[in-house]
Design a protein around this ligand. Sequence first.
Ligand SMILES: Nc1ncnc2c1ncn2[C@@H]1O[C@H](COP(=O)(O)OP(=O)(O)OP(=O)(O)O)[C@@H](O)[C@H]1O
Length: 286
Amino acid sequence: MDQPAPHLPAETGDATDPIVIEGLVNRFGDHVIHRDLSLRVRKGEILGVVGGSGTGKSVLMRSIIGLQVPAAGSITVLGRSITDARDDDDIDIRARWGVLFQGGALFSTLTVGENVEVPLREFYPELGDALLHEIAAYKVMLSGLPEEAVGKYPAELSGGMKKRAGLARALALDPELLFLDEPTAGLDPIGAAAFDRLTRALQETLGLTVFLITHDLDTLYEICDRVAVLADGRVIAVGTIPELLATDHPWIQQYFNGPRGRAARDSRARAGAAADMVDKSAAGGA
Ligand SMILES: Nc1ncnc2c1ncn2[C@@H]1O[C@H](COP(=O)(O)OP(=O)(O)OP(=O)(O)O)[C@@H](O)[C@H]1O
C-alpha cells in the first residue's frame, strides 16, 4: 500500500485551489502519522476524506486549521501559509473557515445561540448584543433548526440537533471553507441523509468548499464531488468514485466494493432511477 494507486492521473494544481498540502509529515514520538502527504482541495468542491481508523484524517484536518504543528511540509490555505503563519496572520485566516468537530464540541454551559455567538464575539467584538442575537438566530435557522433551539442548552438537544447547532456555529463567520469531521456519525439513516442534503444545499447556496471526513458510504455517494483516500501516512488516491473504482488498489476495492459499498451504490442507483421516472412523468404530464 506504499505506492499511489495506479490508473489515476497525477493531480494537477490550480492557483485557485483553496487548500494545498505538500510533503506533510506528522508524528507523535515514534508514531509516524503522515509521511510525505500531499493533497489539493479544489474551490467549490465537497471533498470526502476516507481511510481506516487511525490513519490520521482528524490529524490532517487539525494540521490544516493550524491546531497541529507538523514536523515537516507545507500547508497553504486560501493563499496563506499555515505552516509559516505568524500569530497576526492567524487571526485573519481563521475567520475564513468554519469547523464542525466530531460530536459538535458545543460549550455545554451556553445555549445554542450563545454557542454561535462565540466566534462572532471573538472576531467582531464591536458588534452589539441585538445584532449578535439576530445573526445567531439566522445561522440556527440556516442549519435547519427550529427557532426555539436558539435558547436551548446542548443537553436538551438530540444528536442530530447538536450536529446542526455545531454547524450553525461553524457558519457563524460566513466562512469560505467548511471542515466537517464525521458529521453523520451516530445519526440514524434518515437524520444522516437529511444532514447530507443540508450540507449539499449550503455548499451550493453559500459557494462553500467542504473538507469532509467520513466513514459514511452514503455520504460519499450522495454529496462528495471527489474522495481522497488516506493510507500508509499519505493520500494514496484522490478522484471521483468511478475513478477510484477503476483502480486496483486492494483497500479501495474492499472499501467501495465490499457489501456496504455495494449497498450504498445500489441505493444511489435506485434513487437516481426513481428521480428519472419522476422527471419523465412530469415531462409527460407537462
Ligand atoms: N494528540 C495526540 N497525541 C498522540 N497521538 C495522537 C494525538 N492525536 C492523534 N493521535 C494518534 O494519531 C493517529 C491518527 O489519529 P486520527 O484521530 O487523526 O485518526 P482518524 O483517521 O481520524 O481515525 P478515526 O477514523 O478513528 O476517527 C491515531 O493513532 C491517534 O491515536
